[in-house]
Write a protein of this length. Sequence first.
Length: 121
Amino acid sequence: MKQVIAALFVIITIISLFVIAFTVNQVGEEEQRLKSDLQYRSTLLTESLKSIAHRVCDNYSQILVVGNDPNDQEAVEGSGLSVTTSPDTLTADYYTEGKLELGGEELVDRLLDLVFERKTG
């Protein structure tokens, strides 16, 4: 009886190790796939922005780009003006100060303030 229990324990342990190894492998592959997909989407976004910029204003350096993650770095580089809502993760010309919960909302509020001041001033 002890031998049967020991054999079952060994079999269960081997199966458990196999399942754990398989799971770790699958997680690694999925993480790599997601990173690759994110990089592709970032490149596609950057190319689209540059294409639109050339149609509208003939120069990407006349575009304001707002980003919040390292995947936006490619779009931020070369733009005329860049703003990040997350300065810890993305390098840009300017950043929001975190006065509002959403950085994009803070940016829009500040831009509207600037436009309003120019109109009244």
